[in-house]
Design a protein around this ligand. Sequence first.
Ligand code: FIX
Ligand code: ZN
Length: 456
Amino acid sequence: MLTTEKTKTNSSAARDGAPRKVPQQELAELIRRVVREQPVRDLHTHLYPPTFGTPFSGSARDRDASGLMLWGIDELLTYHYLVSEVYRVVTTRQLPYESFWRMTKREQADHIWKNLFLERSPISEACRGVLTTLERLGLDVESRDLDSYRRWFAEQDPSEHIDRVMQLGGVSRITMTNAVFDDNERRRWLDNARVGDDSRFAAVLRFDPLLRNWPSAAEQLAGWGYAVSDELNDKTVEQARQFVRDWIDRMRAIYCAVSLPPDWRYEGGDDQRLSSVVLRKIVLPVLAERDMPFAMMIGSKLRVNPGLRDGGDMVGLADVASVARLCADFPANRFLCTMLARENQHELAVAARKFGNLMIFGCWWFVNNPSLIDEITRMRVELLGTSFIPQHSDARVLDQLIYKWDHSRELIARVLVDKYGDIAASGWQPSEQEIRRDVQLLMHGNFENFLGAGAK
Ligand code: FIX
Ligand code: ZN
């Protein structure tokens, strides 16, 4: 219905102190700029500061072959996504997995560069990401001169490079994944209580085996001095809770996390599945006590092809109803959740409409591709407005922060241009201040607010 009453013009609105409304034609550019400028708090990565050691030390020289801080062009090229992709081109008949893994990192990178970049165009998302990163670092992509890129990285100091990459990626703080059951990771925390003391990074206690394989986890806890048996009696429960508390405190973890297989289920209060009992009696009571969220990343079938190592994991359809039951049964807990299957995304977004203690996040791993980020983000805005966390990087190599956030910012902005355009068409003219407020929530505030008082 057309209204006859003239709407307020910007000048009259400006006169009475209301925020300036953005004319439609300027809206798209403003939104893109705001999304580009808004620092993001990356809530899930596999990145580390130099204190965790680095196998490629650049100008710093102190290499650590089992170091956890991965960075530089050879790590970028040997990302497990690209190992999987190169084995589609050069099969195991031509190059058995063992032969590949016996190569040096440099030889593996040469193999991937030759087969995925030079002999075929690097148009997959993981290949394209390498090019975006090189270009944003100011290197000459057109030269295709891999050794020149190597020479440049060899001159960089790892810690200074972290600052550079965070600045280029617009990342305000990096959230680690600290897998306490990984011997290399655990040893570093036990050897050096200050290993996590880099303010650019926040720790996350990750303990998949507790839920994926309790008997094995119980055996390891016993070996670490906790009086636990694989029978979940009161003594075991209390000791396992103490294990979780001890590592939250040692790491100063901001949340705890697991990745769960697609067939993981939670059937409610009397569910006697080991993972459900461990959740109900050990994990969730400690997290409620500590006012800390619990992150569940659901849908990964591990090592369906062991020869590919980290690249050998697969996706499967998960059960959103189990997440909904958890949210209902544990109202004092807060749940971060992302799922790996595209087919789970709509139901998970609807579950988030039902439970305020559920915060869905990211386009994880196999749905972290432009076509699916667009589809999923669009659907989430339509169902949840600004009350979700659109993305995390899942970066494993420091430099990936640049491309993963470049690509995602562009896609998130594209969705927001349409959505603000839709409301502007009805006469609701968003101000720049309102757009900045909303984008800050999506990229930073929703995560920080969900963390609770204890962790920042
Ligand atoms: O469980 C996880 O944290 C997954 O993100 C990783 O295991 C996976 O290899 C990955 O890095 C995906 O992007
Ligand atoms: Zn991850």
